[in-house]
Structure formats: C-alpha cells, structure tokens
Write a protein that binds this ligand. Structure first.
Ligand code: HDE
Length: 723
C-alpha cells in the first residue's frame, strides 16, 4: 500500500486539485454519508472507474521518492568514488526494496492468464427468474472484467499447453460484485473440495525436480486420474479439442456448479451458467499446439490483446439452464454433482444477455494479476447450492486472496473495488486505504441512529439467502450414492463427437499415457477407460503395447447429445482470423493487393517475405504455420518453393514447410495463378480446403469459406477399423 501514500503525495507535489487527485473518490464516510441509502449510490460510468487510479509519468514530471521528494536515482551514495555504499542512502534502499517486493505469490492454480474489460448488456427484465439487478431491464449495462487462464502451468508457461481453461467473469453490478468463476469445460474432476489439493499435487510438476511444466503427461497425474474415476468425464473433455482451444476468444464458458436464482418473493430455481462464444468454437490440433508453445508462448494472450486493440471486440452470450428445485434428481444424475452436465435436450439454454470485451488492461499487474475472483462474490438474486465442491471453493478463494495480497483489504485494490459505495464496520488491517471518519463503528448503536442501516430481503434491497433452503442430517464424511456413476456421462460425451474428434481424443490419451512409466498405472488407466468404452480402451491399449481388457458393459449406452462437437461447425465470423501471405522480394505488389482485399474481411494479414522491407511483416526465418489460420502463396513467389531452393536468409525449404505444415494441421491453404504450383512443390495434395484460382477475387471467395470451415479434418487419418 506504499502506492497509496505515493499517489497522494504525487497529487500534492504536482499541485493536482483535490477533485483530480487519484484518491479523491475514496469514500470516507462522514456520519452524514453513512446515512446514505444503498439505493442512492450511483455507479460511475464504467469507462471512468479505473481512470482515477491511473498514474502517468508525463513530460512535465520530476522523479520523486515514494514520499514525494524530487531526486535522482541512477547512482548510489558512496564513501569515495571507489568506496562502499552507505546505509543512509534512502534513495538506494527504497528503490531496491520496492524491487525486491515486486511479486506477490502466483496463483497456486490458474497462474497463467490474460484479462480484459468490457460490458454486459441484459436482453430483458428477468425478475421472474432472479432479483439480480443487473438482469432487471432490457439494455441495462454492467461493467465486467474477465480473466482467462490455463490451470496447471506457472505464470510464464506456454498458452497452448493442453489443459482445462479458466473463464472468470466479474460483474461490477449496481448492487455489488458478482463473480462467475468458471471454466471452458462444464464439469470438474472431483466431487468434494477436500480432494482438490490431491488433484493439483498429482497434476503439478514432480516435487523433486519440478518436471514437467504445464503438462499432465506424467505418472502422478494419470495415477490420480485412474485411481479416482470421478476425473474421467473432465479428462475426456480436456483430451478432446476443449483442452487446446484456438484462442480464448474461441471457447465457451461454464459456471460448472448448479447455483440458485432467487426472486424478490424468495422463490428459487436451480440454474447452470453458460457463456457461448460469438466467435464460434474452434480448436487447434495437438502437433500444432506443441509447435505453437515453442514459437509463441504468448499466443492466446496476444490474440486477445490484438483483437481488442484492433477494434474487433469479442463477445459471449450469457445463458442459463433453469430447472425446478424438485427436479434435482430427475435426469438420472444429481444436479449437486459437479462431474455432470445437463444435456441441452433436458433443459434448453435461456439467453440473458451479451458481454463484449472492448478494453485491454493498462497494467497487467494492477489489473490482471491483482484481480481476486471468488465464487463467494454473489449478489441479491443469486444463491449457492449444496454442491460439495462449490461449498469448499467458498472457503478456498477467500483464503487464497489473503495469502496473495496479505490482508483482507485486497477488496480495496482498484480492480477489486465494487463500483458502488461501501459502508460497513470492517476496519483497519494492513494496507487500509479508506480513512473512516465515523467513530461509531459497531452495531447496534444509538449514537448514530443505528446507521449504516441493515438491509434484507424486504428492506433496502439487501442480499438474502433463499428462504426455502434447509439443512439437517447426521454428520457424515461421505457423498450421496447419487454421485456414484462416473462413466455414463463421459460415454455420452464420447458418443457425441465426430469420428475424427474421437480419434483426436484417443490420440491425446495415447500421447499422455505412453509418457507414463508405471505399468500398474497404465493398466489402471485401461481399466477406467474400459468402463466408459471398450473401443477407447482397446485403441489406447494398442498404442501402449498392452492387452485390451474384455468389455465391462455396466455403463455402456448409445445416447448422444447436441452441441458438443467443435470441428463439425462453421465459424459465424472469420473476422480476426490470421492469414499468412507468402511472397518473395519481387511479388510485394501482389502481396499488398491481396492483403488489402483480405483486410476488408477484417482478417489479420501477415505478409511473409525473404527479408524485412516495406510491405513485409515477417521473414521466412521467423514465420511458421502456427501463426496463421490459413496460408496463401501469391503469383510469382512459387520459385521459393522448389525443394532445392535455398537462401542464406532462411533455413532450406522453409517456405514449403510453412505451407505443408499449414496443410498438415488442417488449415485452408492455396496459391493464386502461377503460384498454384507452389502447393505441388511443397507436397500439398489436391484436396478439399486446398484453393487455387486465377485471380484474387475468385480466390478470396473460396478461401473465405475455407477459413469459416476452419479445420479440414478429413486430412487426419482414423484408426483402420474406424474408417
Ligand atoms: Fe478454482 N481456484 N478451485 N476452480 N479457479 C483458484 O483462486 C479451487 C474449481 C477457477 O482468473 C484459486 O484466486 C478449489 C472449479 C478459475 O483469477 C484457488 C477447487 C472451477 C480460477 C482455487 C477449485 C474453478 C481459479 C487459485 C475445488 C470452475 C482462476 C487463485 C473445490 C468452476 C481465477 C485464486 C482467476 C482459481 C481453488 C475448483 C475455476 C486456489 C479449492 C470447479 C477460473 O483458490
């Protein structure tokens, strides 16, 4: 909280008036203010809220110490030019000390992430479902901050590691903050929060050598997965395309647990939160994701940042599945069990509104690193359920924030501050930034007429726990038998994938399980897979050189559900997809023409050339197919694709390799006019998704459709008995 002092002193030093002082907004309740009703509190317009915290070191500023004195800090104070540094050098001490304390502990999970600001707009008045004020009127706008993440890797790990992805949203509503701290997969590995440390220990790098980073392809992870079969369902999603999304913008989000909606009169419904990406779901293929991790570890972070910076704002539609309270067990599983999702056939999605992310953080640490989400941040109209995983999370996130930020005053950090006034009797503590002026900091009181006033269901629109909730029972350390089936839903998921997606999933398990050294663990893996599907177990066993177990049919069924497939869809928009235009030094005019044409479709175009020059964005020595969703060769550049063509400027055969890798990873590729021959030279066969045309206009027509198809999955071989 040194910053606070520093900012205050900066304001004074620079003669900033109290109105413009960064902390002039701070609510320092006088007893008069304390009387203010919550209803009167006005949320400042979203775009202004963080502005007052910004510190710009403009051209008319002078370097100061943390306590405001002008100074210079490039030389330490020494006894003689060649003598020792003096302890009295407060300038040196302060600078080094601040530097030494720059880090807070990274998140124990979800350490790697990227965030953005935006706005949620309600589609209507949903007071029949919930009294949440942000859903009370059509067009009502609420500022949001979203942080996407991977789970297992450290803060510096690669974005395209195969993993579950976090999708955490903070709504700064006019009745306080609501967080939906969700994932891009609708189910979770375990059913009881007390097992979370075990799950995470097994997945994280080994404690002796801290290997491997951001990966589950190792013994301890699969030992846990195969010993704890509740993990099977989430594992199946993570091993399919959901583990390696094209970008954060191309994935859906889910609240996972069942929550409750509560109306003003106290009646409740069970709900599941869903975010549907308006960019369309899209995923990478595994080999591409691995190459991407080396070529650009920041791929997802950069994609989000670039899209927003270029004005192509991503958006997601918020929906809920709504279920009557008495139907919690009606679908053959328990709605309190977070390893189950509700197939959309049982409960359709009801659309509530749309969120658009339009502003990048100004400072990664202050915003993305310090944002402290909690599933326990809920508002009037939303309530918890007895899901034992959710119940445990309600403790863990608060505890985590205390560890990361050192004090319960973390809610006063700008990114965590609600956009409404705060009035309560919580006081003091490390880093307190409010100057509370009301000495009557307790209740009940008569000295301040019992203010701040209490709020509840009927008075002052207070938060209230759903009145119908009851709890009683013997004290037990066990889960309900309605949580016992771990295999039917992973099978439903597997049945609902296309054959090539099933193949990807099997290839992923083959990759991971063949890293497992223990034969016992590999056998346990086959046993669990076999309870889901003998087909899966047999095909994985083949790659492990092990005998497949005989079918274990207890949980086998042929049901399918909708909306699971990723690769069987056409993207609703190709805006912001990346196209590589492969050119040579002599064809930059053609490249420019094509780039301009593609940019009309809001595509992000990179011209690749032999060396940097006007009109060249990247060279063949740095370019790679991972950087593009589709690749085109311009006429005249075909000479670069001869097998024996070499250049001191890039590795031999690199242009052809870029084209061929693009093809191998399922991307649309093509050549215009004479450049069609480049495809042949690179070894790209004539097949669907390989585009050739005489002129730019007719090329673009077909190529655009190819981009919307995104991946041409028939290029990936199926196991022989699956064809
Ligand atoms: Fe988390 N989780 N989690 N988790 N989680 C954290 O909180 C935890 C779970 C999720 O971008 C931590 O602030 C427990 C499910 C996201 O800042 C920690 C359990 C889901 C994020 C924590 C779970 C999530 C976290 C680490 C089992 C999807 C990143 C840092 C009971 C519904 C939020 C932090 C961000 C982060 C605990 C399970 C999503 C340690 C104990 C299920 C998106 O508190």
């Amino acid at each position: 909280m040194h910053t606070v002092k520093a900012l205050l002193s900066w304001g004074l030093l620079l003669g900033i008036s109290s109105a413009a002082c960064p902390f002039a907004h701070l609510d320092t309740p006088s007893s008069q203010q304390q009387h203010q009703r919550r209803d009167d509190a006005q949320a400042p317009p979203p775009e202004d809220f963080l502005k007052k915290y910004e510190v710009e070191d403009g051209s008319d500023t002078v370097l100061t110490s943390d306590v405001g004195g002008p100074m210079g800090d490039q030389r330490s104070l020494r006894a003689g030019q060649r003598g020792p540094t003096l302890l009295e050098d407060f300038i040196f001490r302060q600078k080094l000390q601040h530097f030494d304390h720059e880090r807070v502990p990274e998140r124990v999970v979800h350490a790697r992430g990227a965030g953005a600001h935006g706005t949620f707009t309600s589609y209507g008045d949903f007071s029949n479902l919930t009294s949440a004020s942000f859903l009370s009127a059509e067009g009502k706008k609420t500022p949001v901050f979203v942080r996407f993440s991977t789970v297992a890797g450290s803060r510096g790990s690669a974005d395209t590691a195969r993993d579950v992805h976090g999708f955490a949203t903070r709504f700064y509503t006019d009745e306080g903050n609501l967080d939906i701290v969700g994932n891009n997969i609708p189910v979770f590995f375990i059913q009881d929060a007390i097992q979370f440390p075990d799950l995470v220990h097994s997945v994280k790098p080994s404690p002796d050598n801290e290997i491997p980073q951001a990966a589950t392809a190792h013994d301890s992870a699969w030992d846990f997965f195969s010993s704890q079969p509740s993990t099977m369902h989430t594992l199946f999603w993570a091993m399919a395309g959901f583990g390696i999304p094209r970008s954060y913008r191309h994935m859906d989000g889910f609240g996972v647990h069942t929550f409750r909606f509560v109306t003003d009169d106290g009646s409740t419904k069970l709900i599941k939160w869903h975010w549907k990406t308006m960019q369309g779901k899209a995923s990478l293929v595994w080999e591409e994701a691995q190459a991407m991790a080396g070529k650009n570890a920041d791929a997802h972070r950069q994609d989000l940042f670039d899209a927003i910076a270029s004005g192509n704002f991503p958006s997601w539609e918020l929906s809920v599945q709504v279920v009557d309270e008495d139907r919690a067990l009606a679908f053959g599983f328990d709605l309190l069990d977070p390893t189950k999702f509700i197939p959309e056939e049982f409960a359709p999605l009801q659309k509530l509104g749309i969120m658009t992310l339009d502003t990048n953080p100004r400072n990664y640490f202050a915003e993305t690193e310090q944002v402290a989400f909690q599933p326990g941040h809920i508002v009037r109209g939303v309530d918890f359920t007895e899901d034992p995983l959710l119940q445990g999370r309600l403790y863990s996130y608060l505890d985590t924030q205390l560890n990361r930020h050192g004090s319960p005053n973390f809610e006063q950090l700008p990114i965590n501050m609600p956009h409404v006034a705060i009035h309560n009797n919580n006081r003091d503590g490390l880093g307190q930034t409010f100057i509370h002026t009301n000495p009557i900091h307790y209740q009940p009181n008569s000295l301040n007429n019992n203010f701040p006033a209490q709020a509840n269901q009927t008075t002052n629109r207070g938060f209230f726990t759903a009145p119908s909730r009851t709890a009683s029972g013997n004290l037990v350390r066990e889960l309900s038998s309605t949580f016992d089936d771990h295999w039917s839903q992973p099978r439903l998921f597997f049945n609902s994938l296309t054959p090539v997606e099933q193949q990807f999933l099997i290839n992923a398990i083959r990759f991971e399980a063949s890293h497992v050294k223990s034969e016992t663990v590999r056998r346990n893996v086959l046993t669990q897979l076999n309870r889901v599907s003998n087909d899966v177990a047999r095909r994985v066993a083949e790659a492990l050189g092990m005998e497949a177990p005989a079918p274990d049919e207890t949980f086998y069924h042929n049901n399918v559900t909708q909306g699971i497939s990723i690769f069987n869809n056409t993207l609703p928009t190709i805006a912001t997809l990346r196209v590589g235009v492969l050119a040579s030094a002599k064809t930059l005019e053609q490249a420019k023409e094509l780039k301009e044409r593609l940019e009309k479709e809001k595509l992000m175009v990179t011209v690749v050339g032999e060396f940097l020059a006007e009109g060249v964005d990247q060279t063949y020595s740095s370019a790679d197919a991972t950087g593009f969703d589709g690749i085109v060769v311009v006429p005249g550049a075909e000479g670069l694709f001869d097998k024996d063509s070499s250049s001191p400027l890039f590795p031999t055969g690199r242009p052809g390799q870029v084209l061929l890798d693009g093809y191998r990873w399922g991307k649309p590729v093509g050549g215009i006019g004479a450049a069609a021959v480049a495809l042949e030279k690179a070894g790209v066969p004539e097949t669907e998704g390989v585009f050739k045309a005489e002129d730019v206009e007719s090329f673009v027509e077909g190529f655009e459709q190819g981009l919307a198809r995104f991946k041409f999955t028939d290029r990936f071989p199926l196991d022989p008995d699956q064809e």
